[in-house]
Design a protein around this ligand. Structure first.
Ligand code: PXL
Length: 451
């Protein structure tokens, strides 16, 4: 495993600084070490206090990591360095051990607090820019470093050339601050390492946007992690940008704040796998329930489950070609994503009302089945196909109708049935948190019906 060392300040609010770096390193599969240069007291309103760590202790932390045969460093990144004296010692150590590093020229916190003293910018330019592999200013930082006003992309190019002349091997000026880009819904990073290149992504505008804090730190940490793994600058920058994009777009709501979620990509992949395995397990349970075949409707059964963050049918797993009774027992097609629009739309419509209710299965309609559901204490609702508007899609419309039933008092139903129409078989749909949960309900229903 590659080892990446961050040198920067603590953000007690957990959004930026060392905390963001460590989360990013873990998410990207590198081993993170951290050298603390300062402790900040901050929250979503601003930085309330800062205390610099003595420079001797910063030097000692770096020596401890570097001198250990087991630990060591493959790559580093710097964040909040605060003062000239700090920059001097950090530069000395990085140079002494020839550690390649990403320089994030942090000057201000997202909330406006000072993270670099005014007179220290010259020391960054003098001592760190000439020895870094890549420097990652945002537009205001690039403007301060180059001394040039940046209003558009041409200005950004001028600034990048200027900073490159100062000795940085490569410069990445992060977009996200240029008005016309934001207006066009884009955030474009400009890379210069002798040649120019743009990396664009969609600009994510969140309602509580000012709260999104730590994106810059996560970007430079992700860049250091990807470079440590041996990727070239362009590939590393593309990966780092995607990482931050996902962390922001998948940002978590913590009470009334939205925080950057560095684990978003991992969680999404894990959930995709969980959903797939859960539906497979549910299908195995159905196959092992011999009486289940008695409640399979004419059109067959399907069972599906959606990912937590499901946006479309692509995020819902189900059985390809449905589950049908055969002479040998119950037959089911393979389980995969995006194989049943019907069940997917039913679940997505339910999740508009209750995000936790991610699974559905359809079974035959009979008064006995419906009675059994009610006796088991399930909340039952229905819709009438006759009332369906001509331009509606049955499942989306039907679920939304059934969910609105005032007798539910705002709670999500466990069961939605309809009595069919000409050429349309009546149907019962049972919902659950997971596919296994939904099948658990189905099993109870069949047991009761068979009694
Ligand atoms: O985003 C840069 C940054 C770096 N380091 C610390 C910070 C911040 C921003 O708030 O607090 C400690």
């Amino acid at each position: 495993m590659k080892r990446v060392m961050t040198i920067g300040g603590s953000d007690c609010s957990g959004g930026a600084g060392i905390q963001a770096d460590i989360k990013t390193f873990s998410a990207l599969g590198v081993y993170g070490t951290s050298v603390l240069t300062a402790i900040t007291a901050q929250n979503s309103y601003g930085v309330q206090a800062t205390h610099e760590v003595p420079v001797e202790l910063v030097e000692a932390q770096m020596e401890s990591i570097v001198s250990d045969k087991g630990l060591g460093v493959d790559y580093a990144k710097t964040g909040m360095l605060h003062s000239s004296a700090m920059i001097e010692v950090v530069a000395k150590e990085l140079k002494k051990y020839k550690i390649p590093f990403v320089l994030d020229p942090v000057m201000k916190a997202g909330s406006g607090g000072v993270l670099l003293e005014d007179n220290a910018l010259n020391t960054v330019i003098e001592l760190l820019i000439p020895i870094c592999e890549v420097v990652t200013p945002n537009v205001p930082e690039a403007s301060f470093i180059s001394g040039l006003e940046i209003r558009n992309k041409e200005d950004a190019k001028e600034a990048a050339l200027e900073i490159h002349k100062m000795g940085a091997t490569a410069v990445i000026i992060k977009g996200g601050h240029l008005e016309h880009e934001i207006a066009a819904g884009k955030a474009t990073d400009l890379i210069y390492d002798g040649e120019f290149e743009d990396i664009s992504s969609e600009y994510i505008k969140r309602e509580k946007e000012k709260i999104v804090h730590g994106a810059g730190c996560s970007f430079s940490a992700a860049l250091a992690a990807e470079l440590a793994k041996g990727n070239n600058l362009r590939d590393a920058a593309v990966s780092a940008k995607k990482f931050v994009h996902d962390a922001i777009s998948g940002g978590e709501e913590v009470s009334n704040l939205i925080v950057v979620n560095q684990a978003q990509g991992l969680r999404k992949d894990a959930d995709r796998y969980f959903v797939l395995e859960n539906v497979k397990e549910a299908v195995r349970m159905l196959k092992n329930t011999s009486t289940f075949k008695n409640i399979i409707p004419e059109v067959g059964t399907n069972i599906g489950m959606a990912m937590e963050c499901a946006e479309s049918e692509f995020d819902v797993a189900a059985v390809d070609g449905r589950i049908n009774p055969t002479k040998e027992g119950i037959h089911a097609g393979f389980v995969g994503f995006d194989v049943s629009s019907h069940i997917a739309r039913m679940i997505l419509a339910m999740m508009e009302h209750d995000k936790e209710r991610r699974s559905a299965i359809n079974v035959k309609y009979s008064s006995g089945i419906l009675e059994a559901c009610k006796e088991l204490g399930m909340r039952v609702s229905s819709f009438e196909r006759g009332k369906e508007p001509t331009d509606a899609r049955t499942m989306d419309w039907g679920v939304r109708e059934a969910v609105r039933n005032p007798s539910l008092e705002g709670k999500a139903p466990d069961v939605i049935f309809d009595l069919g129409a000409v050429g349309k078989e009546p149907m019962v749909r049972i919902f659950g948190r997971t596919a296994v949960d939904a099948v658990g309900k189905v099993k109870k229903v069949v047991e009761r019906v068979e009694r």
